[in-house]
Design a protein around this ligand. Sequence first.
Ligand code: HEM
Length: 421
Amino acid sequence: GISRRKLFGLGAAGVAAAGAGTLAVRSLPGEDATTHAAATSDAVPFYGEHQAGIVTPAQDRLHFVAFDVTTKDRAELVDLLQSWTAAAARMTQGQEAGAFGAVGGVPEAPPDDTGEALGLPASGLTLTIGFGPTLFDERFGLAGRKPKALADLPKFPGDALLPELSGGDLCVQACAHDPQVAVHAIRNLARIGFGRVSVRYSQLGFGRTSSTSRAQATPRNLMGFKDGTANLKLEDTAMLGDHLWVAAEDGADDGADDGADWLTGGSYLVTRKIRMHIETWDRTSLAEQEAIIGRTKGEGAAHGSAKEFDEPDFTRKGPDGESLIADVAHVRLAHPSSHGGVRMLRRGYNFVDGSDGLGRLDAGLFFISYQRDAHRQFVPVQLALARQDVLNEYIKHVSSGLFAVPPGVRDAGDYWGRALF
Ligand code: HEM
């Protein structure tokens, strides 16, 4: 095949530099624009103990896809996962998915890469795969390998889930600093999967709504609030073991074993597409918006505190004797102290899918969280929010997904899900 470098007559540095010049780099206030520009064109290592795209500092763009597996042949599924892994290892390093151009002397065959990312740098692309509960039905002989923690999420009050936008046998989260690179990656995985998987739904996201590293400035969601302040972050190594990564089975009767050794070093992914009633929110007073969230809009400080990263004090009361952070404020309901200390790593994105035909933006938050056990972490928090959060007047959950995220691919001989199969 013709490599990207040969096509453009550039060395690796030239490719990176040429691509970096074409990128619309978006640094946030408080971030160094030059460092950010270099970082946005860089490649994130693909091989490792954990999959990239979880604690990797959240990139600017998302293309998330859920697939239904259409083949009933286990060997074909394994073959697909091997091909996907090889393509992902290449694309995340800024190379094309497969050979570009005629392959094997068959000039009429379509190219092994769709071509729209030629000349672009890696752009921080990460590809993270997840296995949905339905993959463990009778089709592939995996029922005995299904982790207990992959049981379906319960129904939450107010859920308005659309089945065609929920679930999926497999998912891939593509994150990158350039939307063209993220879309290219998903498009090529779908192309490689033709005849074995079909796209169930996919979601584009722009503008991360979380920081997953202390080196990142906190972005804002479409409600205008800083989002990701009190998040689990890359640097919290000790807490990541407790709250993020599935640990090896130890046989202890503490409920922590989830019946799946193949998932050691992996995690669980929850997705919720949350539509915002943006126009209603925009007509709500600033004081009410801030009371609902429990933090100020400008600084992002919890009520009663001065700075964004000051720990909220939920005991502080105002002159009227009422709590400064309302009992039903989002941050109080979601705070670890309300749920026996549980935390999650949030990694969501803003979305605007055009308008809804009724003069309103079809916009919101594509919520993504990673945790060691969604039933012990996401579920209690979401239950409290669904029951009491005043934010519910302004949002609607329209899609939901739960996926077991296998550990990282160790080297070129390994593939996504090898330990499962
Ligand atoms: C915190 C917005 C949905 C869990 C926050 C904060 C904002 C926010 C502005 C404060 C800043 C921060 O610490 O990140 C929203 C919006 C949502 C939404 C607009 C829906 C459209 C959810 C959902 C969950 C969740 C579905 C999980 C079930 C949390 C958690 C925190 C948080 C755990 C941190 C609480 C703390 O430790 O202080 N959210 N959120 N949020 N949110 Fe949400």
